[in-house]
Design a protein around this ligand. Structure first.
Ligand code: ADE
Ligand code: ZN
Length: 341
């Protein structure tokens, strides 16, 4: 019989975590007090607004609505610095060694009309400081929302390209996949990749598997945000398998946003059986009230992932990271040593 894993003690890799979904409740209350933001004055009421609650509809609309409230908090450079530092600190506490933290410059700039370039500077600098302080490699990804304008996305992509030497490594297409197509953003992603940015696209989460095929064939990505509806289409499943596409799976988020009806019904085991390259990630740990340890536990104790298979998924995430070759080999060597694989 295999010994149960000590999940918090495992060294971890998170490829898919949104800064805006990582804010601490206490910090939100502090910010609200300091900036006279009128929100419910206690933690329980605030939690109802910004975190998914049992008894709420588990739908993508309800999930996305949390971000609308969260946008009120980004009131100063100090706030943005603080929430970025804390997001990295929380990851470090969970023994995350390599964190790809994605952030949405448009969301952070909105309340005070901060210039996108400044907001991006602040996040890069805070991530650099926090990574150093806590011994975590932090790489940043700029997210654009498909339900927002293409013009804004273009500005974000250019700003991101200007920050390539400051820890920012990629561009992500996020947002409301159920109602908004990816096609208008194709040109931006092509140019971004030519400028040296890596790319990942949320696809096959709230939308059909055709979106995954489009992300692979047209956007040219090697990594898909979620992609958990892939098995609905044989061609796309074979394509993803043959190309070794990496799926950034976020089990609890998928449950809370209505992708699957129960945690036990998550397609993760079937995706693995189909030979797909799966990684485990958090998405929005504060909104979902989870850690990456929780997600690892969920996968092992409710979805039948063996401890050995989990360790190889952690290694797979490191191998799929948007890292330079030297960084990747150091990270994977360290993980192999600690994970004993
Ligand atoms: N932004 C934050 N979380 C997201 C998700 N799960 N899907 C799409 N966009 C998001
Ligand atoms: Zn996401």
């Amino acid at each position: 019989m295999s010994v149960p894993l000590d999940y918090p003690a495992l060294p971890k890799v998170d490829l898919h975590r949104h800064l805006e979904g990582s804010l601490r409740l206490e910090t939100m209350l502090d910010i609200a007090r300091a900036h006279q933001i009128t929100i419910p004055a206690n933690i329980v009421h605030l939690s109802n607004l910004v975190q998914v609650q049992n008894g709420e509809p588990f739908t993508y609309q309800n999930f996305l609505a949390k971000f609308a409230t969260l946008r009120m908090f980004y009131r100063s450079p100090e706030v943005i610095h603080r929430v970025t530092m804390e997001a990295v600190e929380d990851a470090a506490r969970d023994n995350v060694r390599y964190l790809e933290l994605r952030f949405t410059p448009v969301a952070l700039s909105r309340a005070e009309r901060f210039p996108l370039a400044e907001v991006t500077d602040w996040v890069c600098e805070a991530a650099r400081q926090a990574g150093k302080k806590h011994g975590v490699i932090v790489h940043l990804i700029a997210s654009v929302n498909r339900h927002e304008s293409v013009e804004l996305a273009e500005q974000v992509a250019w700003t991101a390209a200007d920050h390539l030497d400051h820890g920012l490594v990629g561009l992500d297409l996020a947002g409301n996949e159920a109602e908004f197509p990816a096609a208008p953003f194709l040109g931006i992603f092509r140019e971004a990749r030519q400028a040296g940015l890596q790319a990942t696209v949320h696809a096959g989460e709230w939308g059909e598997p055709a979106n995954i095929r489009q992300a692979i064939e047209e956007f040219g990505v090697r990594r898909i945000g979620h992609g958990v509806r892939v098995l609905e289409d044989e061609y796309t499943t074979a394509l993803a398998r043959e190309r070794g596409v990496v799926f950034e799976v976020c089990v609890t988020s998928n449950y809370q946003s209505g992708v699957v009806d129960s945690l036990g019904a998550h397609p993760l085991p079937k995706m693995l059986n189909a030979g797909l390259n799966i990684t485990l990630n958090t998405d929005d740990p504060s909104i979902s009230q989870i850690t990456l340890s929780d997600e690892y536990r969920q996968a092992c104790e409710h979805l039948g992932l063996s401890p050995e298979a989990l360790k190889y998924r952690i290694l797979a995430a490191a191998q799929a990271g948007f890292l330079k070759d030297g960084e990747r080999s150091r990270l994977t060597a360290q993980l192999r040593k600690e994970l004993k694989i």
